[in-house]
Design a binder for this molecule. Structure first.
Ligand SMILES: [Fe+2]
Ligand SMILES: [Fe+2]
Length: 279
């Protein structure tokens, strides 16, 4: 075991603010009333929903593994504030994994197996990275997709439990997206301080990563096209919004880092960062 510094700095104010917010916002699957009657009673709609939720449950689990794996990696660069925050991110993803597992039990269904759903597996594999910034630019697709789908579940109100799950997850995702922005903005600030080419070439690198992950979404939608339609999700609209919103968020982080580096602005304040995920 390596401890790189005995006394952590804990000077990254925005990261400390989002860590405290995350600590205070914790909740449990046990807080929900699982005894309420199901609104989806027939077999066919249950089958479609079970298929549709497959990439979501896969995403929750793979986020749990990725986040947990990054915690020790950030110790090597003494990014202790980020380590703190990621411990809560891991708890969030563990909770989401539990919620959907229990929702599958409620449906009395199982997700599609990995063998029958390679598109979902390939999408998750494209996100994985040992570098926090690389991982964040890829996971942005997964997080924005989760946000859009949860908003749709809330609008469709298919089952009271699913609506409760969607509401809780949307609160958690807002923080994940907030941290994503803060971390990437800081990374770009330090790169642009070294020089414009450094910032620009890393920007290109992360744009390419984001696009590579995004390219894996279409095969997932192809595999689940009928299920999406039956459940009431508009595939083309979802793809368009995902593309637009994920790219907008990455551009915002790059531009913010460049502005801070050129001393045009201060780093965005913690309150603003916390609001980012709600946009
Ligand atoms: Fe999640
Ligand atoms: Fe998340």
């Amino acid at each position: 075991m390596k401890i790189y510094k005995v006394l952590p700095d804990l000077t990254r104010k925005r990261q400390m603010a989002i860590w405290h917010k995350a600590l205070r916002s914790q909740w449990s699957a046990e807080d929900l009333d699982w005894g309420r009657p199901q609104r989806i009673a027939k077999d066919k709609p249950k089958d479609h929903l079970a298929r549709l939720l497959t990439p979501i449950l896969m995403g929750e689990q793979s986020a749990l593994y990725s986040v947990s794996g990054l915690i020790p990696k950030l110790g090597a660069t003494s990014e202790v504030e980020s380590q703190f925050y990621l411990t809560t991110w891991a708890v969030d993803e563990a909770r989401h994994t539990e919620l959907f597992t229990r929702f599958y039990r409620r449906l009395d269904r199982e997700p599609i197996s990995i063998r029958r759903f390679p598109a979902g597996y390939l999408f998750q594999s494209a996100i994985v990275s040992d570098d926090a910034a690389e991982w964040l630019s890829g996971v942005l697709i997964s997080e924005v997709l989760a946000k859009l789908v949860m908003e749709e579940f809330r609008r469709l109100d298919l089952d009271p439990l699913l609506s409760d799950i969607a509401n809780g997850i949307l609160e958690d995702e807002a923080r994940h997206l907030g941290f994503n922005h803060i971390y990437l903005e800081d990374r770009f600030t330090s790169l642009f301080r070294k020089g414009r080419p450094e910032g620009q070439s890393y920007g290109e690198h992360l744009r390419a990563r984001l696009q590579a992950v995004l390219d894996h979404v279409t095969p997932i939608f192809d595999a689940l096209g009928e299920d999406m339609q039956e459940v009431g999700l508009d595939r083309d609209w979802l793809l368009g919004e995902l593309d637009k919103d994920a790219k907008r968020r990455l551009e915002k982080s790059i531009a913010a880092g460049e502005k801070v580096a050129s001393r045009e602005v201060e780093a965005s304040d913690p309150a603003e960062a916390a609001a980012i995920g709600r946009e």
